[in-house]
Design a protein around this ligand. Sequence first.
Ligand SMILES: [Zn+2]
Ligand SMILES: [Zn+2]
Length: 449
Amino acid sequence: MNAGMAHSYESQFGPASDPIDIAQFIRIATELETQAPISVPMFSPSPCSVAGFEAMDQLPEEYKESVAEECSITDIKSSIEEMLDNPTLYAHITKTHDTNVYLIHEHADTSGRRKRKRPALLDPAHEAPAVTALQKTLDSVQLKSWQLMLDSALFMRAPKNSDLNVLTAIKKSVDPSSSSQFEHTSSSRKTALISLTVYNRLSWGHNLLSRSSQHALLASQTLGDLFEAIPCTSNEIPEERMVNGEIVGYETPTAESPETGSSGCVICIEGKAYGDGISENDYADKLIAHFEKFPSSKRDPIAKGPTSIYETLLSSLSLRLNQPYYFLHQGNCEHFVVIDQIRLLHPSDPSPALIPAATPVLVPSSSPPSAAPAAILESTNPYPLTLQITPPLPPLCRACSKVPAIYSIVGDMRLGESPCVLCKVCWRVMGDGDEDVMVVPLPKYELGW
Ligand SMILES: [Zn+2]
Ligand SMILES: [Zn+2]
């Protein structure tokens, strides 16, 4: 890695931690937890760990209740929920916020550029009575520290696409194969939860990375499980349909037959390249052969990992937090995986239990023996969890550069490039090309949602 890249990563993620041996971490953390005086999980928030809890515990019951009532926030919560459920009040709140943010940006902008039209607020005299009442309540709030000041612009940035999440709830894995490495005994044994973020390079700044998705895996899972969980638009590139050695069309992968995971990958962790092991000369071998073409002063030392990604348990690795690990698949699609957190599994996390199926499936005698255990044991392991997916940005139409393209036009002489991505209107204006022209609908980039 060159100095510029290292500096850029450190400024984005902070300095990397020392390597953490996952297996050792689980052992030490479990020991600490079992040695704790009370049988409360050490890493869970508990009132017992608050100073003076014993004194509070000895107080009379009515007194405890009155303290609990005084500290309760249910009234604030219900009034906020009521306000958010009312469209008029909610619109007033968002509009006021947007106007305030606009004013702060306008105040901070000293470039003298022409300003956009200021968003107008309705005259308070014409507002609905409910809105006036709400504003009065808000104005009477004594807490002033949360208001936006004119200097707030120093601490604000514009919203980014990577702030969005296409998921409305945590997505659990449904593919039973993802838990293939999960041992039956693990549900009773302690394991660690590893949260990580996948980043993509930005097209306009190759040293800059942007969040594309976030996942949580168990230490008892493999790098293969991680690979299968990562959604990527490259997995939706239409497949060429060949007849007699000639391309006759393209097939877009669907949710029923996604192409994910079929083509292999390499993940580089701490100087080791873990390949897919699908073929003799897998991704890891090819990547190492590619690196060997560089002069030795310009390449990072890398060796092939002892096992393939499907055999490498996360608990067998030493990982550093905040260190971008390189991940390559689909030929030239690059990502970076950054470990955000390693902790023991908490009772409030989704349980990774394996339970026997309610109605055992009878396996025909002709099936290979290896199929039998899968039929009897139904997996309820929801890991890897997907916590966030950034909505992918589709390419813009090459003709109008205004709206997202929905077709890829292959082999049309008139367009000057092939394939050329166009929107529906631009392609209609063009009129049909000659018979050799292929119109391929672009994928919707929704796999993994
Ligand atoms: Zn990719
Ligand atoms: Zn267009």
